[in-house]
Design a protein around this ligand. Structure first.
Ligand code: RP5
Length: 162
């Protein structure tokens, strides 16, 4: 199971792509809203109990001074994937720097700004190291992407003689 944690209800729309990917890959998840600044104790408790609750990875999305993934990472040795969200006048660069610049020894695997989809794929890849069924579904997911690109090439590709 994957844990998805959002810093605020206002982050929901930007994080839904992660749930869609996990559902498509047949991976169960739990989603909660928990703030590193407004509910710091619950954030710590969430991370401290994550492993015993059966989580294999945590995806944390937040904007602005986005300390949520870093705080979760401080309290667990599960992999934490951070999604910096474009919820600020700085359009997510603030959250990106906050997540990607973790101190040595406590990493947050940071994806692109608003990269919830890739966060879910990365979580699936982590699970797929030991779960062959998930690895097989990821292979099919890649094939499907390739098919779409090939279809686009067929539809829009052109050669214009001089
Ligand atoms: C962050 O501050 C949240 O993750 C959100 O992206 C941003 C704004 O939160 P709200 O004021 O909308 O609750 O902590």
């Amino acid at each position: 199971m994957v844990g998805i944690v959002l810093g605020s209800e206002s982050d929901l729309d930007l994080m839904e792509p992660a749930t869609a990917v996990l559902e498509g890959l047949g991976i169960s998840y739990e989603l909660t809203i928990c703030s590193a600044h407004r509910t710091p104790e619950r954030a710590a408790e969430y991370a401290k109990t994550a492993r015993e609750r059966g989580l294999l990875a945590i995806i944390a999305g937040a904007g602005m001074a986005a300390h949520l993934p870093g705080v979760l990472a401080a309290y667990t040795t599960l992999p934490v994937i951070g999604v910096p969200l474009s919820r600020s006048p700085l359009q997510g660069t603030d959250a990106l720097y906050s997540m990607v610049q973790m101190p040595p020894g406590v990493p947050v695997a940071t994806v692109a700004i608003d990269g919830a989809r890739n966060a879910a794929v990365l979580a699936a890849e982590i699970i797929g190291v030991h779960d062959e069924a998930v690895a097989a579904r990821l292979t099919e997911y890649r094939r499907e992407q390739a098919r779409k690109v090939d279809q686009s090439a067929e539809k829009h590709g052109r050669r214009r003689p001089a």
